[in-house]
Ligand binder design. Structure first.
Ligand SMILES: [Zn+2]
Length: 571
């Protein structure tokens, strides 16, 4: 681990003595599972003498304490419900854990059994929420470290980040589904401190002026770059965004942008037009007219910023920052490197920080939209609280299989949920077919802005790995993510929003970045049982409109919305 980074993050993350306020950073708190994560797992242990910390635990936890992070233990102890140990024995075991590992700022313990149906037993999010509350922060500013899938699911369902430290007993499917996996507790701590350090600026920038920011590609890509763009905007007089036609509608919704230039870049598109020298000449002229003092080129990990950097040099831009593993020669002034697997919004924030633009102290690293740019939602779905199902995607592998979408609508409808099916103008046939199973069809009736307005009033969004998932994240609407593992979930999953991930994370298409499913039958998603979506909604605390049963049929003309949709929905 890089020591210089650690010094930086210690500086930025340390809490002032006597102050209850955290300085801005990625995380305020680290939540830790007890058995198998902090101490060796001794099933139903009621004996303090049997407490054995995992190797390096004390030193690792002290690094977190020194960095100003608060620590909580978040643990299921069903042995209480089963009568396998007493409250007093549990207290003595936990006291021994603190004696060996140092003090924790909070303990959250679920005493219930598996069949009690409580809201606290992991994978339910109750303990994670309670821990965040006890530590004076929110779940989205917490990262959970645990050794099994239930730890990761509880964290995600609360909107917290998750890092898995698997043991030999951890099931392979749970390891595959985890957003981040490292080998042990010290490695998890190093990872957390590195992630915090990545978004801390190396030095204060102090420069203003006009900054050109660039993010080509689709709506989702532009949305996850939002935090990075806001960071630049916090330190610039004027921000001009260069984006492609597929990202334009998303760019219109982002805060911090003063002007947008829409221009396709042939080296970014998956299905590129040939390079037209005249077009490149016109683009260079247009870029020259901006008179930018500097440029920050945001990319995803498989894209090169260098062709555009060359055009920007020709347009006279004096300072250019980008992430590039390829040698940039004279094309970049700040050549930034980021490890693989960092969430895309943090990757963008880290480039902005490297360029000298930290996020404003009162801003949060999450995704955000401009409230004033959200149009009225189309009439049809009725009052807030419905579930939106968005089955399509511009990339086939990342969509919800139509047959599965249809079954999901049927099951949710029968359980008393109002389901709104959305899709673009070219997906009308798909949404009509899916909605026929008991949903309200809004296919073709929403641009990206209207779709955001619809999602803003939803109890949850059920969606593949596609742009609307990031709209929901920006609006704080919980996501049931049917996530094909073609790209890493930890990098592209819904960011800092309560989420349940479904689908086979270990399917053969994993990490292939395939746009067409390489396996017949699309098994990573088509094997999902619709009942899992229902369970996910319940885990997320999204209530149905009506009790299940024949009376609950939602038929006839939908009611008009009671409120005009510009966000601000009660949840
Ligand atoms: Zn419980």
């Amino acid at each position: 681990m890089r020591r210089d980074r650690e010094r930086d993050q210690c500086r930025s993350a340390r809490v002032d003595p006597g102050s209850d306020r955290f300085p801005p950073g990625l995380f305020d708190a680290v939540l830790l599972d007890r058995d198998g994560t902090l101490v060796e797992d001794v099933p139903y242990n009621g004996d303090p003498e049997k407490v054995r910390p995992v190797p390096g635990a004390r030193e690792a936890l002290d690094r977190l304490r020194t960095a100003g992070l608060r620590l909580a233990v978040v643990t299921n102890q069903s042995g209480l419900a089963r009568g396998l140990f007493t409250h007093d024995e549990l207290r003595r075991v936990n006291a021994r854990v603190e004696e060996l590992l140092g003090p924790f700022d909070a303990w959250q313990i679920c005493p219930h059994g598996e069949r009690d149906g409580c809201g606290c037993r992991k994978p339910a999010p109750g303990l994670v929420r309670a821990a965040a509350r006890a530590l004076g922060t929110s779940p989205t500013r917490c990262v959970m470290v645990g050794d099994i899938g239930a730890d990761m699911e509880a964290a995600a369902a609360a909107g917290a980040a998750g890092i898995m430290v698997p043991t030999p007993a951890t099931r392979p499917a749970e390891v595959a589904a985890a957003p981040t996996v490292v080998e042990d507790l010290p490695a998890a701590v190093a990872r957390i401190l590195d992630q915090i350090g990545l978004v801390c600026p190396p030095a204060s920038h102090g420069r203003r002026g006009t900054v050109l920011v660039v993010r080509s590609d689709a709506a989702g890509d532009v949305l996850v770059t939002g935090p990075g763009i806001r960071a630049v905007a916090a330190g610039a007089d004027r921000v001009v965004l260069l984006c492609g036609p597929r990202g334009r509608a998303a760019a219109d919704l982002l805060p911090g942008i003063d002007e947008i230039i829409e221009w396709p870049l042939p080296w970014i598109d998956g299905d590129p037009a040939p390079v037209d020298p005249d077009d490149m000449h016109h683009l260079t002229t247009r870029l020259t007219r901006i008179g930018a003092d500097e440029a920050v080129i945001f990319t995803s990990f498989h894209q090169s910023p260098l062709p555009l950097a060359l055009l920007l040099r020709m347009a006279g831009v004096p300072r250019i920052s980008a992430i590039s593993d390829d040698y940039p020669g004279a094309l970049l002034d700040v050549r930034h490197r980021v490890p693989v697997g960092v969430p895309e919004p943090e990757r963008a924030l880290s480039l902005a920080a490297a360029a000298g633009f930290p996020l404003a102290p009162d801003d949060e690293p999450g995704l955000r939209l401009r409230d004033d740019r959200l149009p009225a939602a189309p009439a049809g779905p009725g009052e807030p609280g419905y579930v939106v199902l968005h089955p399509g995607s511009s990339v086939e592998t990342r969509a919800c299989p139509p047959e599965l979408a249809t079954r999901i609508v049927r099951v949710l409808h029968a359980a008393g949920y109002r389901v709104v099916v959305t899709g673009g103008p070219d997906e009308r046939e798909l949404t009509a077919r899916v909605a026929a199973a008991g949903g309200i069809d809004l296919g073709g009736r929403t641009g990206l802005g209207e779709l955001a307005a619809i999602i803003a009033r939803a109890g949850a969004l059920v969606v593949g790995n596609t742009g609307p998932a990031h709209l929901a994240a920006a609006l704080g609407v919980p996501v049931v993510s049917l996530f094909a593992p073609t790209v890493p979930f930890g990098q592209w999953g819904p960011y800092r929003v309560p989420t349940v991930r479904l689908g086979d994370a270990g399917a053969p298409c994993r990490d292939t970045r395939a746009t067409r499913c390489p396996v017949s039958g699309h098994p990573c998603l088509s094997a999902v049982e619709p009942g899992r979506v229902l369970a996910a909604l319940r885990l997320l605390g999204v209530p149905a409109d009506a009790p299940a049963g024949p009376e609950a049929v939602v038929a006839g003309p939908p009611r008009e919305p009671a409120v005009t949709a510009t966000g601000g929905v009660a949840r």
